[in-house]
Design a protein around this ligand. Structure first.
Ligand SMILES: [Ca+2]
Ligand SMILES: [Ca+2]
Length: 255
């Protein structure tokens, strides 16, 4: 295999084998949630995607009942200005054996009652829920701000807000692509005006691309290709090209 062929091979492998363009992989719509029906697990069948299993959305540390229908909303959030690590919504995504996922974004709508939480963040199991994931509002929405990866309701009066306040967007960094192990995402809300206030999410959409985990022989080809390029670079480096440049003799052929 010549150098140019090796470069082409490395280029092809560096972008990953057959990774398709990022797209919405699945959306949680909470269609079958019924107000005050009991239960803290979304009864709606989760999205189904080949090679990726979506777990059900569930609520932890909150009230015993969803407080409205067709979205995921509960009371019982902390009134403290810091999040309570025991109060969150979560779901787990599990790639099938032999598959990996480049996660790109999580977008969702939010809704709060007049005394509900004012702040919310998203974290993941990749760092054991230590850091807030990158938060932004896209498209812009006057009801929401994102600062230092914390989402914030601008207004305390929910009566003036649309039913669903859209635009919350989490941008998932390079640590999320590719991943072949299960990933749990959690949404924590806090800063409630009263414990009885509610915070809900709807249309939680997760985008990314699913691809096969590279076979061992593909890694071997990448390694062999890298060695070939290194040897080629070493040979180039040892040619008299450098001497010609230093002397400024531009007419000298360095062929
Ligand atoms: Ca819905
Ligand atoms: Ca209020």
């Amino acid at each position: 295999m010549c150098i140019s062929q090796q470069l082409l091979l490395i280029g092809a492998l560096a972008t990953g084998p057959s990774i398709t363009q990022a797209d919405v992989l699945g959306t949680f719509t909470f269609d079958l949630v019924t107000a005050n029906a009991g239960g803290t697990i979304d009864p709606t069948p989760p999205p189904t995607v080949p090679e990726l299993t979506f777990g059900s959305f569930n609520a932890t540390g909150l009230g015993a009942n969803p407080r409205a229908s067709t979205l995921f909303t509960f009371s019982g959030w902390t009134t403290a200005a810091e999040l309570d690590a025991g109060k969150f919504y979560e779901t787990t995504l599990t790639p099938a054996p032999g598959s990996q996922v480049n996660f790109e974004t999580i977008t969702f709508g939010v809704r709060r009652s007049g005394t509900g939480p004012r702040d919310f963040v998203v974290r993941s199991s990749l760092d054991n829920f230590a850091a807030n994931l990158p938060a932004g509002i896209s498209p812009d929405n006057g009801e929401l701000q994102a600062s230092q990866n914390v989402f914030h309701f601008v207004n305390d009066n929910s009566a003036t807000q649309p039913a669903d306040v859209n635009g919350s967007t989490v941008s998932l960094g390079t640590e999320f692509g590719p991943v072949a192990q299960p990933v749990t995402f959690r949404i924590y809300a806090y800063g409630a005006e009263q414990a009885g206030g509610t915070f809900g999410v709807d249309n939680v959409a997760i985008s990314g691309a699913i691809s096969p985990v590279p076979e061992p022989e593909e890694y071997a080809a990448m390694f062999a290709g890298s060695l070939g390029v290194f040897a080629w670079w070493r040979r180039r480096r040892n040619r008299p090209l450098a001497v010609a440049s230093v002397t400024g003799d531009r007419d000298q052929s360095v062929g």
